[in-house]
Design a protein around this ligand. Sequence first.
Ligand code: ADE
Length: 275
Amino acid sequence: MINTVFKDGIFEGKVALVSGGGTGIGLRIAKELLHLGASVAIAGRKEEKLAVAMETLAEYGDRALSLMCNIREEDQVNACIDTVVEKYGKLDFLVNNAGGQFASPAESIKAKGWRAVIDTNLTGTFLMSQAAFNKSMNTNGGAIVNIIANMWNGFPVLAHTGAARAGVDNLTKSLAVEWGARGVRINSVALGAIHSSGLDNYDPESQKTFLEMTKKNKPYRFGTEAEASAAVTFLLSPAAMFITGETLKVDGGAPLDSPLFPNVDHGKMPAFDDK
Ligand code: ADE
């Protein structure tokens, strides 16, 4: 069962779109928004994954919708937002969660791979946000949350996605200023290492490196999907009505840990998780 600290029904009448909503963190976010009363479209590239996800959303009936959409393709992005607006009449919330990358030393990244990662993580986020604004939020207002990463000290062996996510952090501020007067808030959530089914997309070596990560860094544990989703839900909620252009770090303080400072070790940080 999903665990939420938010009040029943707070998103009743709201319409949300979650990209990459078919699996992992995106699906967990979609479930929380549905649970709180919103209608939610999950968008993804893979029909089979969306179909499996929709089975888990059956209890929400017509309030859940799945849409095939490659966020790199402007036509597909426009069609996706059009479908949501046609079905539900508007779009209040956009969660730019879809992303993808592959681990590689910088010297070996080919231009094609570089462009693909920038296209998905930076351009895709821009295209989705622009379409959401032009097709609904410019007249109805709304809130956008972008999912980025803990790339504050660079992102070794993931230089392409580090650059793209840093770009989204900056885009968040530009859009917040440009669209604020239309009642649109744009924020980002910078996730640390979250244990999610998204990990299955990586090769075994990268998975091993990821799993080793928490042994070296406080808080000595992975974040949960519930913790990632809670931060997104907060930023969409009325509790964040005066927050825009901000990036909220959800990483257990991992980037603050430094070999330059004394080691203050209180052990593993407690977690918020689903029941
Ligand atoms: N998830 C990863 N890459 C994606 C893309 N290009 N479109 C939609 N979802 C994605």
